[in-house]
Write a protein that binds this ligand. Structure first.
Ligand SMILES: [Cu+2]
Length: 158
């Protein structure tokens, strides 16, 4: 029994070390000893003002300038009860568990494509408000983004 517990503890320690290495790679970039790893930035986040009070979509672009692919595995917010990841199909949309962020690539959430579905707002959103989204990646850790609520007709760059 004791041996078995030891093994579990060791496994946990190994996992923590891997996560720490990932976090260092994000903070300091690549080095000679570690691969360039995962380097993530988030651009152009916005939420079109929802028509009703039920739900809103969230759009943003995740850029990975590192040489290691990553995966968006969870999105949460202190200001909303439920945030799910959706991809669009020809006729509708479906929830997915994760979204890939390729090495030297982008994950783009945009109108007509993949998006976040935000429900359970703590207060009715208004244009000009900001909602914090916490994006958790399998390797890159969690990035908190302040996402502005924009008019329904808003397009990034306009
Ligand atoms: Cu959706």
């Amino acid at each position: 029994m004791a041996a078995r517990f030891n093994r579990v503890a060791l496994t946990g320690a190994g996992l923590a070390a891997v996560l720490t290495a990932g976090a260092i790679a994000v903070a300091e970039g690549g080095s000679a000893q570690t691969p360039a790893g995962v380097r993530l930035t988030v651009a152009d986040p916005y939420i079109p003002m929802p028509a009703g009070d039920a739900m809103a979509a969230g759009y943003l672009t995740v850029r990975n300038t590192g040489s290691t692919a990553d995966t968006l595995v969870r999105v949460s917010s202190p200001g909303a009860g439920s945030i799910t990841m959706h991809r669009s199909t020809d006729t509708s949309m479906e929830e997915v568990d994760s979204m890939a962020v390729p090495a030297h690539g982008t994950l783009q959430l945009a109108r007509g494509g993949a998006h976040l579905m935000i429900m359970g707002w703590q207060k009715q959103p208004a244009v000009g408000d900001q909602l914090e989204l916490d994006l958790t990646f399998a390797k890159g850790g969690t990035i908190a983004v302040q996402v502005p609520v924009k008019p329904l007709t808003y397009r990034p760059g306009s």
